[in-house]
Design a protein around this ligand. Structure first.
Ligand code: HEC
Length: 250
């Protein structure tokens, strides 16, 4: 009996320990942000997404690639085809092999994916950003939190060599150096480029890249909803007409 009881206590104890361990988050709880693309009727703030592409292109793309997004896709941000062709042409990508069998660099075209930069051997590989906003645990809220939360290591805490303290990174340390600062870019639409504005815009861009057809889907949803509502009203009217005769003839 005693053995049974101590076994039960041990089991309960280990369950408690396990649940406490799994409940303790490895990073700080992520504050909820309000995004243009939230909710059933959400749509992307394209001006913000365009600024975010500027941040991606001028800052993030020196380390992160986007292999599933093609230059031509950028027209979905509301940029003109001409502008997108100019953006593509400003990037050099490997083309046909030259006389020495090495690919000769050529300007990118609309059909090329956004380039993936080389990583030094042994370095931590930055994740591809094509669908990062979708697959990163915590999504856009956590990307925004991460980008805006770099700071000094608090007293008593420790970040391993080669990492930076960030309370929203797993185990609160990350190999990515703080990528943003005030005026890291000069926005072509004149918006003031504070660190927070850059973080918000690049997160909107990453959300767009990971799900560019959200707007279309929501528009189709609204149209289908209106159509069903129209049908329902029509059915009620028809039903009334048909049955009003039936009542009269009784
Ligand atoms: C100097 C190179 C560099 C730049 C510039 C850079 N990153 Fe990173 N990034 C990294 C590396 C390396 C990792 C992997 C970090 C790790 O696993 O510890 C990473 C990881 C990330 C992650 C995942 C974090 C996690 O918890 O695993 C996000 C999100 C991210 N980067 C966003 C961005 C954004 C947005 C920009 C541009 C504003 C950017 N990065 C610019 C190197 C960079």
């Amino acid at each position: 009996m005693n053995i049974l009881r101590s076994a039960a206590v041990a089991l309960l104890g280990s369950c408690l320990v396990a649940s406490v361990a799994s409940a303790a988050p490895e990073h700080d709880p992520v504050p909820k942000q309000s995004w243009s693309f939230d909710g059933l009727l959400g749509h992307y703030d394209l001006a913000s997404a365009q600024r975010g592409f500027q941040v991606y292109e001028q800052v993030c793309s020196s380390c992160h690639g986007m292999r599933y997004v093609h230059f031509g896709d950028l027209t979905g941000l509301g940029l003109s085809r001409k502008d997108v062709m100019a953006i593509a042409a400003s990037h050099k990508v490997p083309g046909e092999p030259g006389p020495d069998d090495k690919p000769v660099l050529r300007p990118a075209t609309l059909d090329d994916p956004l380039p993936t930069p080389h990583v030094a051997p042994g370095a931590v590989v930055p994740p591809d950003q094509s669908d990062l906003a979708m697959v990163y645990p915590g999504g856009p809220d956590r990307i925004f939190a991460l980008l805006t939360a770099y700071g000094d290591v608090p007293k008593g805490a420790h970040a391993p060599p080669g990492t930076f303290w960030n309370r929203y990174a797993a185990s609160r340390a990350i190999a990515m150096p703080p990528p943003l600062r005030d005026d890291a870019v000069t926005y072509s639409d004149g918006t003031k480029a504070t660190l927070e504005q850059e973080a918000r815009d690049v997160t909107t861009f990453l959300a767009w890249a990971s799900d560019p057809h959200l707007d279309d889907r929501h528009r189709t949803g609204v149209r289908a909803g209106l159509y069903l509502l129209f049908l329902a009203v029509l059915l009620v009217i028809l039903k009334r007409r048909i049955w009003s005769n039936a009542h009269r003839n009784r």
